[in-house]
Design a protein around this ligand. Structure first.
Ligand code: HEC
Length: 122
């Protein structure tokens, strides 16, 4: 996973962040679940469903069906693993790779939003 962080760090540094202000580490990306919701509704809901349960309109025709992102399984998956799946997709399973269309920030945002979907308090 260190290598993955290295790649993401490179992505952050090559992005629009100003140099020199602070040390930028992927671990220190401040995720914004509010923006994550926008990213999710635009890119993920068609498969994973508006509430993340894997019941989106496109997902209905997929085999395997899109993951239920509110499941115990996903809830307990470590963050770097989920970020890696979002970034690289799951070849052969219909989960697209997002690294060329979403920024590191957006991937953190969307993951933070996914976390709120399985929050038992919601
Ligand atoms: C074209 C349909 C489709 C779209 C769009 C899509 N996914 Fe997926 N996703 C899938 C499928 C299919 C799987 C694999 C399910 C399985 O392995 O059984 C999956 C799996 C996942 C997993 C892994 C869950 C686990 O079991 O560990 C995550 C996390 C995920 N998607 C997040 C996202 C996010 C975030 C987006 C939007 C940026 C997104 N997906 C967009 C179809 C999609």
């Amino acid at each position: 996973m260190r290598r993955l962080y290295g790649v993401m760090l490179a992505g952050v540094l090559l992005g629009s962040l100003p140099f020199g202000e602070q040390t930028v580490k992927a671990e220190n990306v401040v995720a914004d679940p509010q923006n994550g919701r926008t990213v999710f509704d635009m890119n993920c809901a068609t498969c994973h469903g508006a509430s993340g349960k894997g019941d989106g309109p496109t997902g209905a025709y997929m085999s395997p069906p899109p993951a239920d992102l509110t499941s115990e399984d996903v809830r307990t998956d470590p963050e770097p693993e989920l970020l890696s799946i979002i970034s690289n997709g799951m070849p052969g399973k219909g989960m697209p790779a997002w690294k060329s269309s979403l920024s590191t920030q957006e991937m953190h945002d969307v993951l933070a939003y996914i976390r709120t979907l399985s929050d038992p308090g919601k």
